[in-house]
Design a protein around this ligand. Structure first.
Ligand SMILES: [Zn+2]
Length: 121
């Protein structure tokens, strides 16, 4: 299950950012997922909850997912387009010479720890 390893990845990243003392508990973890990252949100949330439950300091962590659109750049008319469907053809000139600018990323953007201020990554 692909989402399980992604969830583990997120937990690892969060763990690295936790303060040394074990008295902190993570409230929420915000991530950005590209629509093209191939992630099933429900599966990722499930995987995250399973792994967080057995990770000290993360038992109560909630995963907040934000989806980013797919953005392509046309090599022909040199414009950027935000598209909803993965048709890698320029919507304007129907050229197939397009490059994916964003939409495949997965990024931890924010970790909220109990009473301490939010840490922006
Ligand atoms: Zn074009």
């Amino acid at each position: 299950m692909h989402e399980m390893s992604v969830a583990q990845n997120i937990i690892d990243i969060v763990s690295q950012h936790l303060p040394e003392e074990n008295s902190h508990s993570v409230q929420s973890v915000a991530i950005k997922i590209g629509k093209m990252a191939g992630i099933v949100p429900d599966s990722l949330e499930f995987g995250f909850q399973v792994l967080a439950a057995e990770t000290p300091g993360m038992e109560k962590a909630v995963l907040q997912m934000e989806f980013t659109s797919l953005v392509i750049h046309c090599g022909q008319c040199k414009k950027d387009f935000e598209i909803d469907d993965p048709f890698f053809i320029c919507p304007e000139c129907t050229n197939a010479n397009v490059k994916i600018l964003s939409g495949t990323e997965l990024q931890v953007t924010e970790i909220e720890i109990d009473d301490s201020p939010k840490e922006n990554l």
